[in-house]
Design a protein. Structure first.
Length: 274
């Protein structure tokens, strides 16, 4: 799996940039008393939101995962507990983990199918979906991509794929379990395009000479914080925390430290992935 801007997480940098971490008004809040009692927050991230250090096996957040770890670390500091980061293979497995209370929260696209299974805060960050095409491809737009005989590699269960499946009428979607597998289909010439978040595709393009990421986006992923259903008080606490994090510059700082130029802070009125 490639790096996706693999940047080590600096707790000291985060806390220095976080004036709200020590704010006592929310720290002793009864709405998160169960997390205080547990002594930790368990953050779930899924591929391609992380990679692992080959020597130590340490999970390192990248892309959305980098932002997730930064924000969850700030949340843990606010509450006064430790942060535990858990790696899952897919978004679907992450949703299952939330429902089974194996983890406490995750940052993921606010998809209609997921809203039926877990609860979400309003969007925190957003970014575009687009296509990667190989050298020599004549495809330049979403219209070009949706033609008979065109094969598009996608990752099953990812929000980018769910959005694309609602748009495509003629092209064939070829699903894989992992992003690297989808990229291998493009690299080997078995598909014409690879559909995914722009940031992910930019990383892959750097390893495939002559390839290019299309300027046009076919959708926008609005990323919210997901938790298990049945915890309205915790959800209300998280809504307040992440609203504050957006206003204070914490979210902007996480995006900048992660080197994520295609990410932006989501407007609060945005409801779901498009």
């Amino acid at each position: 799996m490639n790096g996706y801007h693999a940047i080590a997480i600096g707790a000291a940098m985060l806390l220095a940039a976080l004036p709200l971490a020590g704010t006592p008004s929310l720290a002793a809040d009864a709405r998160v008393a169960d997390l205080v009692q547990a002594g930790k927050i368990r953050l779930a991230i899924f591929l391609p939101q992380y990679n692992k250090d080959p020597a130590t096996g340490e999970i390192r957040g990248v892309g959305t995962g980098f932002v997730a770890v930064e924000l969850a670390r700030a949340l843990a500091a606010r509450i006064g507990v430790e942060l535990q980061v858990l790696g899952y293979p897919t978004p679907a497995k992450t949703v299952d983990g939330l429902k089974a209370h194996e983890c406490d929260l995750a940052l993921m696209g606010i998809e209609p199918s997921r809203v039926a299974e877990v609860d979400f805060t309003p969007p925190v960050v957003q970014f575009d979906y687009t296509f990667l095409v190989p050298a020599g491809s004549g495809i330049a737009s979403s219209k070009d991509a949706d033609q008979p005989g065109i094969r598009i590699a996608v990752v099953r269960g990812h929000a980018s794929t769910m959005t694309l499946s609602r748009i495509v009428k003629q092209a064939e979607l070829i699903g894989t379990v992992l992003p690297d597998e989808a990229f291998d289909l493009l690299r080997s010439g078995k598909v014409h395009l690879f559909a995914a978040p722009r940031e992910v595709l930019m990383d892959y393009a750097a390893t495939l000479p002559g390839s290019r990421v299309l300027d046009e986006a076919y959708g926008v992923n609005n990323i919210g914080v997901a938790i298990a259903k049945g915890a309205p008080r915790r959800l209300a606490y998280l809504n307040e925390f992440f609203d504050e994090a957006k206003a204070s510059g914490l979210v902007r700082g996480a995006i900048e430290r992660g080197g994520l130029p295609t990410f932006r802070i989501a407007p609060r009125e945005t409801a779901k992935t498009q």
